[in-house]
Write a protein of this length. Structure first.
Length: 84
């Protein structure tokens, strides 16, 4: 269960990070602060999990979650926002 939650938090963190980059590029100022707060929540959770669990297999769950989060945010942006 711990790995699933770390995966999800990492997925969300990197997806939000990608989304934040798009907020800056598109000058969506109203979304920058709320996105940053959500990013901070996810990032602190992931760091706390690594600190409590130690360096080990959790890195695999976090790495896969991060990669899929970035891919998902990019795909959503390209398919739903850019092709209006």
């Amino acid at each position: 269960m711990m790995y699933a939650v770390a995966f999800t938090a990492s997925f969300l963190y990197v997806a939000l990070k990608s989304w934040q980059q798009l907020n800056v590029v598109r000058q969506a100022y109203a979304w920058i602060l709320p996105t940053s707060m959500c990013m901070a929540l996810c990032e602190v959770y992931v760091v706390a999990q690594v600190a409590s669990q130690g360096f080990g297999w959790i890195v695999l769950a976090i790495g896969i979650g991060s990669g899929l989060g970035s891919l998902s945010a990019t795909w959503i942006h390209w398919n739903y926002l850019e092709k209006k």
